[in-house]
Write a protein that binds this ligand. Structure first.
Ligand code: DGY
Length: 326
């Protein structure tokens, strides 16, 4: 009898997903951090037929080449910039991600960041905890009201649209930039205006939100020059990938109050955070938790697990959820 397939899960994930995957092979669930380096993966990956990995797992060409038995890499995330997809496809290894199931969680979260930032929750909470609240003040913690303000979204995919939908309900005007213009029906529904030039969009924003994937084109897209174009009262929200922003330039812009604040869920070298961001005024720093709800994390896991199950069962690609096409 053939050996049952070996499946590596690089971090503890919801129990429902583990129980499901156990039906398809012998499972190893590693402790957090075990496979955050290429070296650790290269050493162990030859034993595995399938990999369920995190966005922090560096699935490089070298790792994939070492995976002599590897048939599929399923990312526990919608973004997959941690995986060398081209190398995987050249080696005949399938790659899957988890779109759709986290759209609402991320849309809610972007709205929560905007509300918390525009109304200075962090500063106000610290002020109170530090014993400075001596009574109601007419001029204390004045923030930005959202109705009538312009939200510029870079990356109008599912998550960008989910944020736009929520912001629209708060009376915001939506402008967006995307690789290609979205369908007219979507634009109409969101009352969103396409701006072909990123620079033009940035100049018009009261709030700039990054919802695009990290690619060669979007790496450090928001640099010193772009930050200069934002109005001084502007707020910046990033729930995409840290490297879309030049963090040193952003830290300088925040410290010199060239922009009014930022809410960052993602960082270029996670878990490290640029030291100047740690002390920047009106800046929320969150540990990459946009999709962190019980429902969504279970759904993400099940989607990734179903892709692995499909491949291990030998199903045709058309029946396997969310395979990234070559
Ligand atoms: C993802 O899944 O790529 C996101 O970063 C979740 O927050």
């Amino acid at each position: 009898m053939a050996d049952s397939p070996h499946i590596l899960v690089t971090e503890p994930i919801p129990q429902k997903v583990i129980s499901f995957l156990e039906n398809f092979g012998t499972l190893t669930v590693a402790q957090k951090g075990t496979y955050d380096t290429e070296e650790a993966l290269i050493k162990d990956i030859p034993d595995y037929d399938a990999l369920l990995c995190m966005l922090s797992t560096p699935v490089s060409k070298k790792v994939l080449e070492a995976g002599k038995k590897l048939k599929i890499v399923a990312n526990f995330a919608v973004g997959y910039d941690n995986i060398d997809v081209e190398a995987a496809h050249q080696l005949g290894i399938k790659v899957a991600n988890t779109p759709d199931v986290l759209t609402d969680a991320c849309g809610d979260y972007a709205m929560a960041l905007l509300l918390a930032l525009s109304r200075k929750f962090k500063e106000a909470d610290e002020y109170l905890r530090n014993g400075n609240f001596t009574g109601w003040e007419p001029l204390g913690f004045l923030g930005m009201e959202l109705r009538g303000r312009t939200l510029g979204i870079i990356g109008m995919g599912r998550i960008g649209q989910a944020f736009a939908q929520r912001a629209q309900a708060f009376g915001m005007k939506i402008i967006y930039h995307n690789r290609s213009r979205v369908e007219q029906a979507i634009e109409k529904n969101l009352n969103a205006t396409f701006i072909p030039e990123v620079r033009e969009l940035v100049e018009q924003c009261d709030v700039l939100s990054l919802n695009c994937p990290l690619t060669d084109q979007t790496h450090h897209l928001i640099d010193e020059n772009m930050l200069e174009l934002l109005p001084e009262h502007a707020l910046l929200i990033n729930i995409s990938r840290g490297a879309v922003i030049d963090e040193a330039a952003l830290a300088n812009a925040l410290h010199s109050q060239k922009i009014a604040g930022a809410a960052l869920d993602v960082f270029e070298n996670e878990p490290e955070v640029h030291p100047k961001l740690l002390t920047a005024p009106n800046t929320l720093l969150l540990p990459h938790i946009a999709s962190a709800t019980h429902k969504t994390r279970e759904a993400i896991g099940m989607l990734a697990a179903k892709a692995i199950a499909g491949v291990l069962e030998g199903k045709p690609d058309s029946e396997i959820p969310n395979l990234i096409s070559p």
